[in-house]
Write a protein that binds this ligand. Structure first.
Ligand code: C5P
Length: 401
């Protein structure tokens, strides 16, 4: 019952994701919240007010006036009753109205009257989401102090990746719980170091040995940690992704040696470190200073030497109170190998990625993990990398407080 006694106004706007608002409402109530639902007229095309009234155990508010007796639904009273307002799904149109004060329905007027924190879970077609106008409106809402619950990724009509699908109800509830419980937003004042992405080990000025890591898991962790109030030092190998939160300070590196140097430089000022980088195990012993010429009649060999283990080197200098987290990607005897690494690298817990689960690991937007510590293991379902990051961060928060 993580929301016991909390008054939540659940605002539903007219998008297909409105069907998920039923589950969301049920989850909020399961967590002990009292829920009052306000819907835009368009939302009633996607889910019936009867469904929402039954689930919320309160009558649903749609119109300014009750048609039968002409009495007024007070958006001001509703706004004052709320400990939080959650708009989920929030369509491009409603986000635009909220950002610009276009109060032509009860939901928007309630939003404008609300004195409590407002959470917004955007849900729309990915191309609509990517439009500069939508992006501007969302930024505008964030600048009013509204909390934006990141939507999920998918493919745009152009083939590029974008975001738009509403976050899953479970993630939305977790987001609310974290933000509303002052004890949970407990990474304020903490600093966390993250390594992410691959490393490139140069062979000559134009060639390297690398791997397929995209850095998505580490970057998702950085965003979730920053969202929880932590300062994040993100040491990233060569990746093609951006980070967004202003509390993330990013250091770009190429090789394992550079990554280790930066990690050692910053670790002593950090409360925790999460080693999510896919560090190359070997580097080229003697990098050629000039491009190696090819000779079709001759094979060549490159001498490789082991790279330092960055996680283990931090494990060696870890002080009392500092938390060190590692990842393991195994193909067989997964748990036993992960357990061994936990001890060898002096980690507080290790996140095991299963290569045996379709959709998990390198390049995917989803991941399936098991968290292992000295007390045992906890297995999680296949989830988006953002949700996985939330699970990992929840565990970290428990250790840091
Ligand atoms: O030993 P293995 O590579 O399987 O260990 C994986 C964990 O150790 C990950 O957390 C990874 O980021 C970290 N690691 C590291 N430096 C290395 C190799 C692995 O920090 N050279």
């Amino acid at each position: 019952m993580r929301l016991k006694g909390k008054h939540i106004v659940l605002g539903i706007t007219g998008g297909i994701a409105a069907y998920k608002s039923a589950v969301l409402c049920r989850l909020l109530i399961k967590e002990g919240a009292e829920v009052k639902v306000v819907m835009t007229p368009n939302a009633t095309e996607f889910i019936t007010p009867v469904t929402m009234a039954t689930l919320s155990k309160n009558s649903v508010l749609i119109d300014f006036f009750k048609h039968d007796d002409g009495s007024w639904n007070s958006h001001v009273d509703l706004g004052l009753w709320a400990d939080a307002m959650l708009v989920a799904p929030a369509t491009a149109s409603s986000i635009g109205k909220m950002a610009n004060g276009i109060a032509d329905n009860l939901l928007i007027t309630t939003y404008l009257s609300c004195k409590a924190p407002v959470f917004v879970a955007p849900a729309m077609d990915l191309d609509m989401m990517a439009h500069p106008s939508t992006q501007r409106n969302i930024k505008q809402l964030a600048s009013y102090g509204n909390l934006i619950i990141e939507p999920e990724s998918g493919e745009l009509a152009s083939g590029l990746e974008g975001k738009g699908r509403m976050a899953e109800p479970e993630s939305i509830v977790n987001f609310l719980v974290d933000a509303l419980d002052p004890k949970k937003k407990s990474l304020a004042g903490k600093t966390v170091l993250i390594t992410a992405g691959p490393t490139y080990e140069k062979i000559d000025p134009v060639r390297f040995i690398g791997n397929f890591s995209t850095g998505k898991m580490g970057f998702a962790l950085a965003e979730v940690l920053a969202g929880q109030g932590a300062g994040v030092v993100l040491i990233a190998g060569p990746v093609h992704i951006k980070c967004h939160h202003p509390n993330i300070s990013r250091i770009d590196v190429q090789s394992a040696i550079e990554m280790q140097q930066k990690a050692l430089e910053h670790f002593s000022n950090c409360d925790a470190a999460i080693m999510s980088a896919a560090v190359a195990d070997y580097r080229v012993d003697q990098m050629a200073n000039e491009k190696i010429k090819h000779d079709k009649n001759q094979s060549i060999s490159i001498q490789l030497v082991p790279n330092p283990d960055i996680a283990a080197s931090l494990g060696q200098i870890k002080k009392e109170g500092q938390v060190l987290v590692g990842f393991a990607l195994e193909t067989h005897n997964e748990q036993a190998h992960a357990q061994k690494k936990l001890v060898e690298k002096n980690l507080d817990f290790i996140v095991l990625n299963s290569l045996n689960t379709p959709g998990a690991g390198f390049g995917h937007d989803t991941n399936q993990i098991t968290i292992i510590d000295s007390n045992g293991f906890e297995a999680f379902e296949l989830k988006s990398k953002t949700e996985v990051a939330q699970d990992i961060v929840h565990r970290l928060i428990r250790l840091l407080n």
